[in-house]
Ligand binder design. Structure first.
Ligand SMILES: NC(=O)c1ccc[n+]([C@@H]2O[C@H](COP(=O)([O-])OP(=O)(O)OC[C@H]3O[C@@H](n4cnc5c(N)ncnc54)[C@H](OP(=O)(O)O)[C@@H]3O)[C@@H](O)[C@H]2O)c1
Length: 280
């Protein structure tokens, strides 16, 4: 991987939260950045804040789940910068609700963005990195990729799937000088909860027999807020993963994320189940 100040990096989910913080950090480090998400006005605002003249940014509005939009992102990045050195697969959202009640179409939608869209973009970027002799792919997973919770297992399953794809890719791309890195954030204060509420509104408003547990879920989320990290905590880690001469294969951030992963490692499943179980 070339130094960041000579690199062109694609960042998905750049219109808010972690992606926005990553863009700001990469631009401060001198990189060129392609910003991708659906809300164009937000992308333009992020790009203008750190690069008012638009000299080192290209903004591409589109849906990660749409193949034409993914191809347009690559075409416009190449037209602007002539190369791609790294891809930060950050875009994603959470579908909530008890498995019994989440429509299969909603489960598919969550996988279309968090898994298939991400994979489609990655497949399109790999040949570019290989032709240039190397590069980096940073996948933004989650502690939820190791610990699945009641009421959240659709989203958690997308992140579990991402763990497996990341591990497989790491071995496949090593011979080509391409590093594949997984960053697992814990709870971070972003627009993620609002987006999850929106995606899950239909299920949340009609909880049926799960109504008492839905309240317990909200209570758990409120408690987590007190230990939440900031988007820039994750952005700093992603910058490190992109700039280090020998990046780690996995990062977890902030500290509570490492504690949860350690608990997953040492605790018997039934004990962990009790910790994440919902109460009436
Ligand atoms: N916040 C947390 O506690 C937390 C914890 C662990 C992991 N994560 C992961 O961190 C990543 C970033 O989330 P965040 O916390 O920063 O939440 P966020 O503020 O809601 O940001 C999500 C980003 O993804 C974009 N996005 C969503 N669906 C998209 C689609 N179909 N096509 C293109 N872009 C799409 C959104 O932009 P548009 O709406 O403009 O398209 C937005 O820029 C996600 O992968 C999430 O799973 C977050």
């Amino acid at each position: 991987m070339r130094p960041l100040r000579e690199s062109a990096v694609i960042v998905t989910g750049a219109s808010s939260g972690i992606g926005e913080a990553v863009v700001l950090r990469l631009l401060a480090a001198g990189a060129k950045v392609a910003l991708f998400a659906r809300r164009e006005d937000r992308l333009l605002a992020v790009a203008r804040r750190a690069d008012p003249a638009g000299a080192r940014t290209v903004v591409v509005a589109g849906d990660l789940a749409n193949e034409d939009d993914r191809q347009r992102l690559i075409n416009e990045t190449l037209a602007r910068f002539g190369r791609v050195d790294a891809l930060v697969n950050n875009a994603g959202f959470g579908q909530r609700g008890p498995i019994e009640q989440v429509p299969l179409a909603a489960i598919r939608r969550n996988f279309e963005t968090n898994v298939f869209g991400l994979l489609g973009l990655t497949q399109a970027v790999i040949p570019l990195l290989r032709a240039q002799g190397g590069g980096r792919i940073v996948n933004v997973g989650s502690v939820a990729g190791r610990i699945a919770r009641p009421m959240s297992s659709t989203y958690d399953a997308t992140k579990h799937a991402l763990e497996a794809f990341t591990d497989g890719l790491r071995g496949e791309l090593k011979p080509f000088g391409i590093d594949v890195i997984l960053v697992r954030p814990g709870f971070i204060l972003t627009e993620f909860i609002n987006a999850a509420d929106q995606a899950s509104a239909q299920v949340i408003e009609n909880p049926g027999p799960y109504a008492p547990f839905a309240q317990s879920f909200q209570g758990g989320a409120r408690k987590l807020k007190s230990i939440a990290g900031k988007p820039d905590d994750v952005a700093r880690t992603i910058e490190r993963a992109l700039s280090s001469t020998s990046p780690k294969t996995h990062y977890a951030v902030p500290g509570h994320a490492r504690v949860f992963l350690f608990m997953k490692w040492i605790l018997p499943t039934r004990v962990l189940d009790r910790m994440v179980r919902l109460r009436r």
